[in-house]
Design a protein. Structure first.
Length: 270
């Protein structure tokens, strides 16, 4: 007899979690969001991304968690910090932020065996109009994708909704990276594409946990990975932005696990 309190795999190899398991993700997601709330006040001109990373690390550890990225496949830091034309997986360093830099800070914490994963955009100094528009479009595309999350819809619906909105606003969706399943593991099925066709892909079911994390470029969508084997940048050096939430599919829609407790998921600089 199947244990109703245990997760199972569906026909697409996607884990279907039980109602009891939502609580673990709530706690991990909340902590990840709290880290990003905390770091906002420290993002400023002249601050190094290594310093920001250490603050994120210390906050997670003080809360009884550990950073999932530290040591993951050799990754050396506790967060990913991606500046300007860096699309994702930027490695914190002694580089100082300059006036007008935009940056994505991406953290994943492991709390009681559950993974909470989210990212937001920040600005050092004065935000210019072009960057502000890109950040707004990226944030809105995430929320438009989340609006598609309910049982019976497909993962293609999420991607199609994001792609339609982004391209209608004369930006492009990065296709080389995607969202992912998570829970008691960092990455699992499904791959959550941020582009696609309506009605295609696996059907959403109650109990699925995954991230949606669109990366949007002002220029062309192509990326390349630098010699460090992590840092992904736009090939044309155009600005890139990203927002990410972890969520679970519910009976009637979804629950966002990484909502900002301070209400500052977007904007983060006011």
């Amino acid at each position: 007899m199947e244990d109703s309190n245990s997760p199972r795999l569906n026909k697409d190899g996607i884990t279907i979690h039980t109602a009891d398991e939502f609580e673990g993700m709530r706690q991990a997601g909340r902590l990840a969001a709290e880290v990003l709330d905390m770091i906002a006040q420290h993002v400023d001109v002249g601050v190094t991304t290594e310093h920001l990373d250490q603050l994120c690390h210390d906050h997670m550890v003080a809360a009884g968690a550990r950073p999932a990225t530290l040591g993951y496949r050799g990754y050396p830091k506790s967060s990913c910090i991606s500046i300007n034309h860096v699309v994702c997986h930027g490695i914190p360093s002694d580089k100082k932020l300059r006036d007008g830099d935009i940056l994505n800070i991406d953290v994943t914490c492991i709390l009681d065996g559950w993974f909470g994963d989210c990212s937001r955009m920040y600005v050092a100094g004065k935000l210019n109009r072009k960057a502000e528009r890109l950040i707004q479009i990226t944030h809105d595309s995430l929320m438009i994708g989340i609006d598609q999350v309910k049982p019976g819809n497909t993962f293609g619906d999420i991607g199609a909704a994001i792609q339609r909105y982004v391209e209608a606003n004369r930006c492009t969706v990065v296709r080389d990276f995607c969202g992912h399943g998570l829970g008691r593991v960092f990455h699992s099925a499904p791959n959550v594409l941020h582009y696609g066709r309506w009605g295609t892909g696996a059907v959403l079911e109650e109990g699925m946990f995954f991230t949606i994390e669109p990366m949007v470029n002002l220029g062309r969508p192509e990326t390349k990975v630098l010699a460090d084997d992590w840092t992904a940048v736009t090939k044309d050096k155009s600005l890139s932005a990203q927002f990410e939430h972890s969520l679970g599919v519910t009976a009637n829609g979804c629950e966002i696990f990484t909502e900002s407790p301070a209400g500052t998921f977007y904007p983060t600089w006011r």
